[in-house]
Design a protein around this ligand. Structure first.
Ligand code: NOJ
Length: 559
């Protein structure tokens, strides 16, 4: 694999609204991020991905952009952002912006002009169709947030427009070369400002299978998941290659695609040498608890399912490119609450999970608060406690699947995106040190126990375990092995044991006992040294390691 500058990087994701509020309005902002740059430098990260901070009505928390060239005043100004870029550079931290171009906001001037004159040039920036009340819609696709993906075009009772997300997020028509030109101009404008690159939102949706057609209904609402259409849509590569040529390749920028449903044959095109993107997220483990119907039952065989999914996706891209590894982000529940049984949730199991995903091949991403082991909200009692526009759909779906109202709320406790969006837990001060006024979203009441201040100087904390992991990965003696080392599962058949080797100039063994019960692992060659572990007195005996529950070890083996 040709070596690229971003292969060695560690990325940190900030959800700006919930990271640090500098001006006491209960909303996090850019100046709050600047305040915390020293903290991020000390943690050891290299790139900072900011979820959207562009001007937006925030119907989907900034993923609905009304002006691509401006910062929303709630987050600050362009000057603040320029300062963040400069201050980041001083600390060797690059800024990665969110690129949301499958759709814009219905308050974007393009859409407003399209509403004024649907037949005019801006009408062609969107998917607008004639439609009379009572007539059949052009297709039965279900929007990702529930309901039909068609709505009446504001001001017209005989025209409808397409939105695969919220109705305030009209889809942009990528078939139109004038639209694409506008998008590339905007991307280059940002890259010329000195940002390191982009995280690219929902990008797989830009290619629609046209003409519009119905797919078999997959729920009682008579609608069909958009995935059915995406499976049949071909030709996205032409758009992505054009965008890479016009923008990213010229700037040698880092790009990470939010890509789902890609076909195996397309992987080299997406993330191979000279691919459309530098990398794309590995979401494989986020699907292990997706059942066809909503359920609050704990997932059976969690550890085995996690292992199978994580190993398979890295085998799939081996020799092609690098994936970006996550355990959570702003769209997912907290990883520790999802991938560790509630009764086993403790510092050691959190460290084990951190160690596993960090040591897999790929680029590690840390989502804000993950480094201190932030957990899901405790049980949600009513919808009013929450904020996210996706919650009603999640709730409704659970009810349609036959769950009681109480269990449907439990689904929100387990799955709502708000779990990851509560304010960062800086300290045990009122409002967690995030703000000195009531935050826009409730604080997770667990903050008195889980906060940075408590963990900073505690050598055994989850936070310091993350710092150690980052330091180890950056150690020049091991860097090549960690970044490019061949991945081979070790004793894959051993139940609830997740172990693998990484081999380049050194051989590293990673061992995780993904259960509360002890077990032992036979070694096929001597251990040279233990590089890291979450328990100090790990015991080796006659070529075997005795593991306690949730033990995690990184060892160097004799070559
Ligand atoms: C994916 C983003 O991560 C999510 O937060 C957003 O709701 C959708 N794309 C739509 O932009």
């Amino acid at each position: 694999m040709e070596k690229k500058w971003w292969h060695r990087k560690i990325v940190y994701q900030i959800y700006p609204k919930s990271f640090k509020d500098s001006n006491s309005d209960g909303i996090g902002d850019i100046r709050g991020i600047i305040e915390k740059l020293d903290y991020l430098q000390d943690l050891g990260i290299d790139l900072l991905w900011l979820s959207p901070i562009y001007r937006s009505p925030l119907a989907d928390q900034g993923y609905d952009i009304s002006d691509y060239y401006n910062i929303d005043p709630r987050f600050g100004s362009l000057e603040d952002l320029q300062e963040l870029i400069e201050e980041g550079k001083k600390r060797n931290i690059g800024i990665v912006m969110d690129l949301v171009v499958n759709h814009c906001s219905d308050e974007h001037e393009w859409f407003k002009k399209a509403c004024e004159d649907p037949e005019g040039p801006y009408g062609k920036f969107f998917y607008i169709e004639d439609h009379k009340k009572g007539e059949k819609l052009p297709c039965n696709w279900r929007s990702y947030f529930g309901g039909s993906c068609w709505d009446y075009l504001p001001g017209h009772d005989d025209k409808i427009y397409l939105h695969v997300f919220h109705k305030k997020q009209p889809d942009l028509n990528w078939e139109n070369p004038l639209l694409r030109k506008e998008i590339y101009k905007m991307i280059n404008w940002w890259l010329d400002k000195g940002i390191a690159g982009f995280r690219i939102d929902a990008i797989i949706n830009i290619k629609k299978k046209l003409p519009f057609q119905d797919y078999p209904a997959d729920r009682c609402d008579g609608l069909s998941s958009i995935e059915n259409m995406l499976k049949e849509a071909t030709g996205i590569g032409e758009f992505l290659n054009e965008m890479a040529d016009e923008c990213f390749r010229k700037h040698d920028s880092f790009t990470v695609g939010e890509v789902f449903n890609e076909k195996d044959s397309e992987l080299p095109l997406f993330i191979g040498e000279n691919g459309y993107f530098s990398t794309m997220f590995d979401f494989s483990t986020t699907f292990i608890d997706e059942t066809p119907v909503s359920t609050v039952e704990p997932l059976k065989d969690l550890a085995e399912k996690y292992k199978k999914a994580a190993f398979a996706s890295h085998k799939r891209v081996e020799g092609i490119g690098l994936l970006s590894n996550i355990i959570e982000n702003h769209d997912e529940p907290r990883g520790v609450s999802r991938y560790i049984k509630p009764e086993d949730l403790c510092d050691n199991s959190k460290k084990m999970l951190a160690g596993i995903y960090f040591m897999m091949p790929g680029i590690p991403f840390i989502y804000q608060g993950q480094e201190i082991g932030m957990e899901n909200l405790p049980e949600v009692k009513s919808m009013e406690e929450l904020d996210d526009c996706a919650n009603p759909h999640l709730y409704q779906r659970a009810i349609e699947d036959g769950l009681s109202e109480k269990d449907a709320l439990k689904i929100l406790s387990l799955k709502s995106r708000d779990n990851a969006r509560t304010p960062f837990q800086w300290s045990e001060d009122k409002y967690t040190g995030f703000s000195d006024t009531e935050p826009w979203l409730k604080v997770n009441p667990k903050y008195k126990d889980i906060n940075l201040e408590k963990q900073k100087d505690d050598a055994g904390s989850v936070f310091n375990f993350y710092k150690e992991l980052i330091k180890l990965r950056k150690n020049p003696d091991y860097l090549d092995t960690m970044v490019y080392g061949e991945f081979s599962p070790y004793h894959e058949e051993q139940k609830n044991l997740l172990s693998f080797k990484r081999k380049a100039d050194k051989t590293i063994l990673v061992v995780a006992n993904y259960q509360n019960e002890p077990q032992s692992l036979v070694l096929d060659r001597p251990v040279k040294s233990i590089l890291m572990s979450n328990r100090k007195d790990i015991c080796f005996d006659n070529g075997a390691i005795s593991l306690q529950g949730y033990d995690f070890i990184i060892a160097e083996l004799e070559n």
